[in-house]
Design a protein. Sequence first.
Length: 289
Amino acid sequence: MGQTEALLNIIGGEQAAKDVLRGRKKVYREKEGYQPLFDLHGWRLPPPNMKEQHHGCPVPNVCLASPIDFADNPNLETRFVRTCKRFGVEPPFKPSDFRGRASEAKSRIARDEATGDVLRGPCLPIFLPPMEASSFYWEIVEKLSLFALVGQVFEEQFPGQRFHKMEGRGLQVREGSRHDKLVAAMNAGPVVALYFPMALQGYLPRAAVEQMESLPEYFLLSGAIDVMAAMIMYPDVLARDANVPDLECAGVGSYSTAYQFQRAEDCLYFSFSHYVVYGHASAGLTVIA
């Protein structure tokens, strides 16, 4: 019993042991040369000595049907073509190439033992058309008619329900979020990316930004453009019912505010909020393919 108690103390106590058994934490050997960054459900493990402690554990009844891996879904090509049509552009490459680029990005992540477990959570390939760079983030949102498109697909998917939004002209990229890389990629041409909507569930915006310091460079904090593109492609997934998470657009805004999608019983809101609810809200990560 004494040895058991000593072992528990070494690994962080009884709660840490329970977290290991539940898959919330992982055990690794130092000689293997890596520390896992995500748990067995694709959730970002809080790094030690975080400056911002505004994060909590995910709430079990707030979830997407898992595993959701549309990189292997048979109707991925159909979603891609339909999304191009909504954006008013011709598909810039073959639908099979869209799938191929998404699969290549998955393989790149999987090869890194520290990040591979993020693929155990929901993974949604998204498409964004090329867009001339603008000095104002909200101008890109308006030029792509993202608010209107989200409302359109939501009301088509759920007849009789309504989409509401607040003014988006205050949108700006958060410093340290790396979200500006997505804007730069769109300026260079059409973008294929992977969106992980549940990777930072429970992290408030400042804590979500802090994760970028210890995540590989190819991870970006999701903002309004990629989150809305995902909503346009997957309204049946991301707005399925009132149990889905509020989707934080943590890559944009300011350090005192957050933008988020919130699914009420009969409406979908894109709102400007000074706070988000621990566990129920989820910031996401984006990887450009």
